[in-house]
Design a protein around this ligand. Structure first.
Ligand SMILES: [Zn+2]
Length: 254
């Protein structure tokens, strides 16, 4: 789950750049900052809002490849969507496109954040919309250009929802692992291992395979869980091929 912290704009100032409170919270509106400058990350945008944005604009969250920062509680009707309905009924999420950031990772973080807001506010996935939906503006522009397509983003949200919500009781109590295809260098495998351990928070290992290397996850209980894990690896483009193996022998990791 993406790390989310609050740096809330003080009420007096919030009243200057919004329609005040009373947001109907029916939609989650996805934007991109369109700011490609180095360092134009979530922290920088949150500080901009906190310190008094000179533009007549405001938004609830800024997300980058490291974290999400919340600037307004959901109740505020921020000025971001370019239409009264969008502003009065939408929770606005800006995704960073700074050139020193990883866009793919930022979108994964945005998907996790959106999944959390959906759950917290009871907003259906059909009401996760682009800024373009309300005003016709070309925003989020890189998503609209297909860098991470809308359908890929929806899949990311669904994967994230599976990890944060429900877990309906499964009758399958088998334990499974995901194995990736092989990587030519140990470094490549280590890069993937790093993401699994530190971004996904999983147990994972590197295994030699002939002259190559592959990554093996810790165990998941049930086919649904392991399938979601394999999908998450593929969606993050960490491996082109994944294989699911049964692992009912009790061993060190879980
Ligand atoms: Zn926008």
């Amino acid at each position: 789950m993406v790390v989310t912290r609050k740096k809330l704009v003080p009420d007096v100032q919030a009243n200057e750049v919004s329609y005040g409170k009373g947001n109907a919270k029916k939609y989650i509106v996805v934007h991109e900052t369109d700011n490609t400058r180095t360092g134009a990350d979530a922290d920088a945008h949150a500080r901009l809002q906190y310190n008094g944005n000179s533009r007549n604009a405001s938004w609830h969250y800024t997300v980058d490849d490291k974290e999400a920062v919340q600037s307004f509680e959901h109740a505020w009707r921020c000025w971001a969507a370019g239409s009264t309905t969008g502003n009065n009924q939408g929770i606005q999420v800006e995704v960073c496109v700074n050139s020193d950031g990883n866009y793919q990772k930022a979108m994964l973080n945005a998907a996790e954040l959106v999944a959390k807001i959906m759950k917290d506010e009871g907003i259906p996935i059909s009401n996760v919309v682009q800024h373009n939906h309300f005003s016709g503006k070309n925003c989020p522009s890189q998503m609209r250009a297909g860098k991470v397509s809308r359908s890929q983003f929806i899949t990311m949200i669904k994967n994230a929802s599976g990890n944060t919500t429900q877990q309906k009781p499964s009758t399958d109590t088998n334990r499974y692992r995901v194995l990736t295809g092989t990587y030519a260098t140990k470094q490549a495998a280590e890069n993937v291992l790093d993401v699994l351990k530190h971004r996904f928070g999983w147990v994972a290992y590197i295994e030699p395979d002939e002259a190559k290397w592959r990554v093996k996850t810790g165990t998941f209980t049930g086919m649904d869980a392991v399938q979601a894990g394999a999908n998450k690896i593929k969606t993050a483009k960490l491996a082109q091929v994944t294989k699911i193996v049964v692992n009912n022998i009790k061993d060190q990791d879980s």
